[in-house]
Write a protein that binds this ligand. Structure first.
Ligand code: FMN
Length: 337
């Protein structure tokens, strides 16, 4: 049986796991409509992850996926952190605030903590995918014993080869146009910036099923991805305006501006964001993910307290102007080839 059928999909459309934005209601609506809904667990506490997976299961009898982050744990550099906070201080001052004195690792990697993975092992969702890298072999083996299908994001052929060597079941080919964090394993290495369809074509010969992600906004985009050899598409931006999504009103409004940029200033890793006040801040010499994100969230909180909404992580792909506000089930139907 092919992987799309094994995941119970009647339409080859995966709703991207979007940390902070994908809700159980969104994932379940997509799975109920024939696609595969997903939860981005990386920003959740273990208890929140438990509750989100249980709630999704209450809302659908179909399969769903979950996603974890596997970034290399950061070697902290207190001098670089202090310099970055100094750099941001004038922005905080605009909102009568001071930068935090300490930065936190708000997103522990699956490589340094089993806390979220343990909850995923208990819930055993149909699909578990990884972003920013790969888990350890024993973590993969534990998920296998629970019957989960496994996948990871690749932005290059070399990353696709690593995913195949690790024995996973599928590759998410994330093109340069994609919204949100770029899944590149090493954010300090040169980035080939491959667009979605050329990347799919590069990865298909590896022999694993390839899911196309990045600027897939309608049925003709899906058809082109399938013609390039993908077995399904993964869409994030297309679902941001769904009533079931948790995108903020300011994030929804920013999509209509139609312009995005790749920046590391907000989180410390490259991520595609709607152009806003934060993306105007130069991202060079930030102290790295995820501590930079803790400064970014503090700046957004200070701005929001003064009713300024331009400092949020308003992630979106280059197709953002084509996102439509409609129930997620209707978006699945629009994306069906
Ligand atoms: C708001 C938002 C949050 C995202 N969060 C995650 C995440 O937690 N994990 C992940 O693997 N990908 C995440 N992504 C990237 C998606 O998986 C996918 O690559 C991307 O949405 C596809 O491009 P598109 O936005 O043009 O549809 C996110 C994307 C967006 C827009």
């Amino acid at each position: 049986m092919d992987i799309v059928a094994r995941l119970g999909m009647r339409v080859p459309v995966i709703q991207a796991p979007m940390a902070g934005v994908a809700t159980p209601a969104l994932a379940a609506a997509v799975s109920n409509a024939g696609g595969l809904g997903s939860l981005g667990l990386a920003a959740m506490s273990p208890e929140q992850a438990d509750e989100a997976m249980a709630e999704t299961r209450r809302l659908t009898n179909f399969s769903f996926g979950v996603n974890l982050f596997c970034h290399q744990p950061l070697r902290r550099d207190s001098a670089a952190e202090a310099r970055w906070l100094d750099r941001l201080a004038p922005y905080f001052a605009r909102f009568d605030a001071a930068p935090p004195r300490m930065l936190e690792n708000a997103y522990p990697s699956t490589l340094e903590s089993d806390a979220l993975l343990d909850r995923v092992l208990a819930a055993a969702p149909a699909l578990v995918t990884f972003h920013f890298g790969l888990p350890r072999p024993e973590q993969i083996a534990a998920l296998r014993r629970r019957g989960c299908l496994l996948g990871a994001t690749a932005t290059s052929l070399a990353e696709g080869e690593r995913i195949r060597e690790a024995g996973l079941d599928l590759i998410v080919a994330q093109g340069w146009q994609a919204g949100g964090h770029r899944g590149i394993f090493d954010p300090n290495a040169p980035d080939e910036r491959l667009e979605t369809l050329p990347l799919v074509e590069l990865l298909v010969p590896l022999g694993l099923p390839v899911i196309a992600a990045g600027a897939i906004m309608d049925a003709s985009d899906t058809r082109r991805a399938l013609a390039a050899g993908a077995v399904a598409v993964q869409c994030g931006t297309g679902f941001l305006l769904a009533p079931e999504a948790a995108a903020t009103p300011a994030h929804r409004k920013a999509l209509a501006r139609g312009k995005t940029v790749m920046t590391s200033a907000i989180s410390g890793r490259p991520a595609r964001c709607c152009i806003n006040d934060f993306t105007a801040i130069p991202d060079a010499e930030n102290p790295g993910y995820p501590v930079t994100y803790s400064a970014g969230k503090a700046l957004n909180a200070a701005a929001t307290a003064k009713a300024i909404t331009g400092y949020g992580a308003q992630w979106a792909g280059t197709g953002c102007a084509r996102a439509v506000a409609r129930p997620a089930a209707d978006t699945v139907a629009t994306l069906a080839p």
